[in-house]
Design a protein around this ligand. Structure first.
Ligand code: ADP
Ligand code: MG
Length: 328
C-alpha cells in the first residue's frame, strides 16, 4: 500500500463539520472561525518506546495521541473543533492504520472534532497531532492568573496512571490486550486511554483563575502555575484523592508515593477564589467530573506537599522531565 492509499483510509473516517470549508485533500485546510472567538492551538508528539510501550495496541495509541492534545485544550477552557495528524510509520500497514483510526476516531467523534489534514511519512513510529479549538476572547484558562488565597483543585484521581505504569514495569500488567480483570483493565485504561477533561474545562470558564493539565506530575504541573502566576502553593496530603483501584491491587502505598509526582494522568489542576468554592463543586457535579480541593495558594514561590503536622513531604521539583537524569 502506498502513502495515498493510507491517507485515503484515514480520510474516509474523518467526521464533517460545517466550519470546515475545505478539509483533507488540498494543500491546506480552510477553517471558519466563529466571530468573537480566539483560536486555541496545541501540539503534542508521541514516540514509540518513549510515550507508550511498543506493544501498545494501535487503537490505544490512536486514542491516546489525540487525548493528550485534547487535554491541553481542556486545560485552556477551549471548545475543541479541529485537528491535524502527522504519522511516521515504519511500514505501510493498512491493518495498523485501520486499528489506529478505530481509537483515534472513537475519541474524535465523541467530541465532534474534525480531522482536517496531516502528513504521512516512513520512519520510526511517531504520531504528531495539532489540535485546535476556540474560546470567547479573553476567557481562556491560563497558567498566570492564580492569586494568594485561591483554592487549589484537581479533577479525578492523579497517580493511577503511575500505578499502571509501575505494574507494567513489574510485568504484572499486560498493556497489549484488554484484561479480563475489571480492576486491572481500569488501571490499564488510565494509562492507555486517558479521558481528556473537556467538559470540566468549559465549565470552569469564569470560575478558575488558572489551570493546567497534569501530564508530568501534580506538584510539578502546579509548580508551572505558581511560576507563571508568581505565587506559592501548599498541597495537603490528607486532601489528595485516594484510589480504591490501587487499594484493590494491593498497591495503596505505591499509589500514595506516586500520586503527587507521577505523570500521564491528564487530569486538570486549577485554582479558583475561595469565595467560589460552592460554585466550583456544583459546576463539576453538573458535568459529572469528580473534583478534590487539595490546597491553597499563598504569597511566595514553589509548591510544597505537607502532612498534618506541617512537615514538607515533597516539592514541585519532583515531576517528570524528559531531559533530566532524575526523570529517566
Ligand atoms: P502535500 O504534498 O501537499 O503535503 P500530502 O500528499 O502530504 O500533501 O497530503 C495530501 C492531503 O492529505 C493533504 O490535504 C494532507 O493534509 C492530507 N493528509 C496527509 N496525511 C494525512 C494524515 N495522516 N491524516 C490526515 N490527513 C492527511
Ligand atoms: Mg505532505
Amino acid at each position: 500500500m502506498d502513502e495515498f492509499g493510507l491517507i485515503e483510509r484515514i480520510r474516509r473516517r474523518a467526521g464533517a463539520r460545517d466550519d470546515v470549508a475545505l478539509g483533507i485533500g488540498d494543500d491546506a485546510a480552510l477553517l471558519q472561525m466563529p466571530a468573537g472567538q480566539q483560536l486555541v492551538v496545541t501540539a503534542d508528539t508521541l514516540n514509540s518506546g518513549v510515550h507508550f510501550p511498543p506493544e501498545t495496541p494501535p487503537a490505544d495509541i490512536g486514542w491516546k495521541a489525540l487525548a493528550v492534545n485534547l487535554s491541553d485544550l481542556a486545560a485552556m477552557g477551549a471548545a475543541p473543533a479541529w485537528c491535524t495528524l502527522s504519522l511516521s510509520l515504519p511500514e505501510a500497514s493498512p491493518d495498523w492504520v485501520d486499528a489506529f483510526a478505530d481509537g483515534f476516531f472513537q475519541l474524535a467523534d465523541q467530541h465532534g472534532i474534525a480531522l482536517i489534514g496531516g502528513d504521512t511519512t516512513r520512519g520510526p513510529l511517531s504520531i504528531s497531532i495539532t489540535a485546535m479549538g476556540h474560546v470567547p476572547a479573553g476567557e481562556a484558562l491560563r497558567r498566570d492568573g492564580a492569586q494568594a488565597g485561591d483554592d487549589v483543585w484537581v479533577t479525578g484521581v492523579p497517580g493511577e496512571a503511575g500505578v499502571a505504569l509501575a505494574l507494567w514495569q513489574q510485568q504484572r500488567l499486560d498493556v497489549s490486550v484488554a484484561s479480563a480483570d475489571t480492576v486491572l483493565e481500569y488501571l490499564r485504561c488510565r494509562l492507555a486511554r486517558p479521558t481528556p477533561r473537556l467538559a470540566a474545562g468549559l465549565a470552569l470558564r469564569g470560575l478558575a483563575t488558572a489551570a493546567i493539565d497534569v501530564s508530568d506530575g501534580l506538584l510539578a504541573d502546579l509548580g508551572h502555575i505558581c511560576e507563571r502566576s508568581q505565587v506559592a502553593a501548599e498541597v495537603l496530603e490528607s486532601a489528595l484523592p485516594t484510589s480504591s483501584m490501587a487499594d484493590q491491587v494491593g498497591e495503596t502505598e505505591l499509589f500514595r508515593a506516586l500520586r503527587a509526582t507521577a505523570g500521564d494522568d491528564y487530569e486538570v489542576c486549577f485554582t479558583a477564589p475561595a469565595a467560589l468554592r460552592a460554585q466550583v463543586s456544583e459546576s463539576m457535579a453538573c458535568v459529572a467530573v469528580p473534583v478534590s480541593r487539595i490546597g491553597y495558594i499563598r504569597a511566595g514561590s514553589g509548591v510544597q506537599l505537607v502532612n498534618g503536622e506541617g512537615t514538607v513531604l515533597a516539592t514541585s521539583r519532583l515531576g517528570f522531565d524528559h531531559f533530566s537524569v532524575a526523570g529517566q
